[in-house]
Design a protein around this ligand. Structure first.
Ligand code: P6P
Length: 334
């Protein structure tokens, strides 16, 4: 039974025992968690809070912004800009970086986030979430620029997400395994509910948007065809399929019971590596999945070793149970 301690107590004990959560990083994580509680309040209001529907604007990706996308983005900016732990922030909802205003002290961390991933699910009451990734500003760089964010995922100091579903759950790694905290609404605090998240190396469950099948490359089609052949084919076992169209919800299921999640390249836009974003979706999820014993590639190489070239660059994603990710990757490299 996992000790029911608060996020604050967990972080302080980790700092005391292992010393690898510096004071500023602990503050950052607690501020992000507090912002997620605030976002959960807006999300849970739904139609009662005048927060559903579109905002009548598009984000830098050219996607229609939901009212809650903008609310969540503003909550994260306002919660994090004054604490002195950050130099700058970057968000799916903002074209450029947000440098901490001069009226506040600047810190050494960089925070990236998808403030509300899975927006297409907001109006139909399906789980959505906030994804975040933390980097350290490179030593010696005067000021802060977009280039400071362009670090491979292996440089992340922390990563996590908060899923707004039947429970509001914060999932976190600082590079020493993965832990889960469930929001206790009576106390108003996140309580440790899983202290050693592990992804089984094998699975019988895959997650992909099957409606895109005709657009995939041959190795991806081969892998899915073999899953569909089940026990009558080379895999010798039947598979199940899930697709929530909310990465946070699909990844949470995989961290909880295993599985493999794929959003592959497809030939409709050959110059686009994939749909998902490297810096604030693929890298944080890859960090969590690897820390839980899984794997994460772009179907050819480890996602966390990719050198970013743009803040909003996209990437193909294959992540989850290690042996399945290795099989998909081997088919692409073969
Ligand atoms: P599709 C949500 O918009 C998102 O970015 C991810 O959370 C999700 O996995 C994917 O896109 C769903 O994409 O094409 O199935 O709607």
């Amino acid at each position: 039974m996992t000790r029911r301690i608060s996020l604050t107590q967990y972080l302080i004990e980790q700092q005391r025992q292992h010393g690898h959560i510096p004071q500023e990083l602990r503050l950052l994580i607690e501020v992000v968690a507090r912002a997620c509680k605030r976002i959960a309040i807006s999300v849970n209001k739904g139609a009662l809070g005048e927060v559903l529907g579109t905002a009548g604007s598009e984000n830098v990706q050219g996607e229609v912004q939901k009212k809650l996308d903008i609310i969540a983005n503003e909550v994260l900016i306002e919660a994090n800009e004054w604490g002195g732990h950050l130099a700058a922030m970057a968000s799916e909802e903002m074209e450029g970086i947000y440098v901490v205003p001069n009226r506040f002290p600047q810190g050494e961390y960089l925070l990236m986030f998808d403030p509300l991933d899975g927006s297409s699910n907001i109006d139909v009451n399906v789980s959505i979430g906030t994804i975040f990734s933390v980097l350290k500003k490179p030593e010696g760089s005067a000021g802060v620029s977009e280039a400071d964010f362009l670090q491979p995922g292996t440089q992340q100091a922390a990563a996590g997400y908060c899923v707004y579903g039947p429970q509001t759950t914060l999932v976190l790694t600082v590079g020493d395994g993965v832990v889960m905290f469930t929001l206790d609404r009576e106390q108003g605090s996140f309580v440790l509910t899983e202290d050693e998240v592990k992804i089984p190396e094998d699975t019988k469950e895959f997650a992909i948007n099957m409606s895109n099948m005709r657009h995939w490359d041959a190795p991806m089609k081969r892998y899915i065809d073999e899953c569909l052949e089940g026990s009558t084919g080379v895999r010798g076992k039947d598979f199940n399929m899930r697709w929530i169209a909310s990465m946070v919800a699909d990844v949470h299921r995989i961290l909880t019971r295993g599985g493999v999640f794929m959003y592959p390249w497809d030939k409709r836009e050959p110059n686009k590596a994939g749909k998902l974003r490297l810096m604030y979706e693929a890298n944080p999820m890859a960090f969590l999945v690897e820390q839980a014993g899984g794997a994460a590639t772009n179907a050819r190489q480890r996602i966390m070793e990719m050198q970013p070239t743009q803040l909003h660059e996209r990437v193909a994603v294959v992540l989850g149970s290690k042996n399945e990710v290795e099989r998909v990757t081997a088919y692409h490299l073969g």
